[in-house]
Design a protein around this ligand. Structure first.
Ligand SMILES: Cc1ncc(C[n+]2csc(CCOP(=O)(O)OP(=O)(O)O)c2C)c(N)n1
Length: 380
């Protein structure tokens, strides 16, 4: 007899899924080891991060899907709306629907009870799979997400797995009992007073770009990149603050091209999970350029914590970016990028810059057009 878990895998295979992002729920603990054997993918540390990673993978030509706990949807609403819906990026999501069926954890109940109404209110499509006989609906969920380039959530009740005799999770003993490697950090160079503006740093990139992908942080950084050197291989992020490195990472998992991410300090501090996950996977074609003006430059230059104690290069190092450097001038920045081109190793460049925005106009393209133009060019 085919378990519910095997049935889900068959549906995913038939639908052409080839990239996965997951975060565990107790109720999917038998499904997870099985799907990770069949599909390549990423084990997440926060669900919203998965939206960025899957969006990047899709932009580069993959067919991603997410498997999460329904509580994670609470962490994803902004990403679903301002990235997937605004830019017409598909994502089918299997969410283990907690808080509604034989729930033993009281804290699951308030969100679970209201989740369908929350999704409906946000215009996010969902389907409820509350019986094992309804698993085939997952196929429609995946097809709808891809046909209409939008998110579609399958809320899968714990009842669906109840009768399954699958015990896959027990076959995977945790390796946590083994000794773990210690991380030694070499002393880092000092953070000096900034001399360059963000626009000067971004403009200096222009001459170095050939067929690399560039993904730019939301707000003024995207506008400045557009003004300095617009090209179809630039992806301008217009919402989903914190997901720029996640998108770049997702792209790097599917393309052989070099991927450059223009990060911001506020953005990294909003989603440090992105660097944590990237450090685990060590994509050799990814470079993150962190443009650190120690403030939320795009919204009025309110200070961020990089002004004091929070050293982004140090943080990147402990996340696993062995190849990192700190620069203050355009000449050093260009040299660091050149080194990345030569070495082909996961890299992090901490660029210490002055606050201040140039007076660039808005990008005259809507999110959907930016997405279409970029995807077409990347898939060529
Ligand atoms: C979830 C969310 N919170 C707040 C904002 C408002 N916002 C837009 S850009 C931005 C500042 C980004 O700062 P940083 O990443 O350091 O880039 P900078 O503009 O300084 O280059 C903020 C707070 C938002 N768009 N989304």
């Amino acid at each position: 007899m085919v378990h519910a878990e095997q049935h889900v895998i068959q549906i995913m295979e038939q639908a052409g899924i080839n990239f996965l992002a997951t975060l565990p729920c107790d109720r999917t603990k038998n499904l997870l080891p099985l799907v990770h054997k069949v599909f390549s993918g990423i084990e997440l540390t926060r669900e919203e991060d998965g939206l960025g990673i899957c969006a990047g993978a899709w932009l580069a030509g993959a067919s991603p899907m997410m498997i999460i706990q329904s509580t994670g949807l609470g962490n994803m609403i902004n990403g679903l709306a301002s990235l997937n819906m605004a830019s017409a990026i598909p994502i089918p999501i299997l969410a283990s629907f907690r808080g509604i069926y034989k729930e033993g954890i009281e804290s699951q109940i308030p969100l679970g009870k209201h989740l369908p109404a929350i999704l409906k209110g946000c215009g996010i499509h969902y389907s409820i799979i509350d019986e094992v006989e309804k698993i085939a609906l997952l196929s429609d969920v995946i097809q709808d997400a891809y046909d209409h380039c939008r998110p579609h959530v399958a809320l899968v009740s714990p009842k669906v797995w109840e009768a399954s005799s699958c015990t896959a999770w027990q076959e995977n003993p945790s390796s946590a009992i083994q000794a773990r490697p210690t991380i030694n950090i070499e002393p880092l160079s000092p953070i000096l007073a900034p001399v360059m503006t963000r626009y000067e740093a971004i403009s200096s990139l222009g001459n170095l770009l050939d067929n690399q992908v560039v993904v730019a942080n939301l707000g003024v950084p995207s506008k400045e990149l557009f003004a300095a050197c617009d090209r179809p291989l630039n992806y301008y992020m217009l919402g989903s603050m914190g997901l720029v490195s996640s998108i770049g990472f997702g792209i790097s998992q599917v393309t052989d091209k070099k991927v450059i991410v223009l990060e911001g300090d506020g953005s990294i501090l909003m989603n440090p999970n992105a660097l944590i996950t990237i450090g685990q996977y060590q994509p050799s074609n990814l470079m993150i350029i962190a443009l650190d003006n120690a403030c939320y430059g795009s919204t009025g230059s309110q200070r961020t914590y990089t002004q004091n104690r929070m050293d982004l290069e140090f943080f990147a190092r402990i996340c696993g970016f062995k190849n990192s450097t700190r620069v203050h001038e355009a000449r050093e920045l260009n040299k660091a990028i050149h080194n990345f081109e030569q070495q082909g190793e996961l890299s992090f460049i901490h660029v210490v810059i002055k606050p201040g925005n140039s007076s660039c106009p808005n990008i005259p393209l809507n999110p959907e057009d930016i997405t279409k133009r970029f995807k077409r060019c990347l898939e060529k």
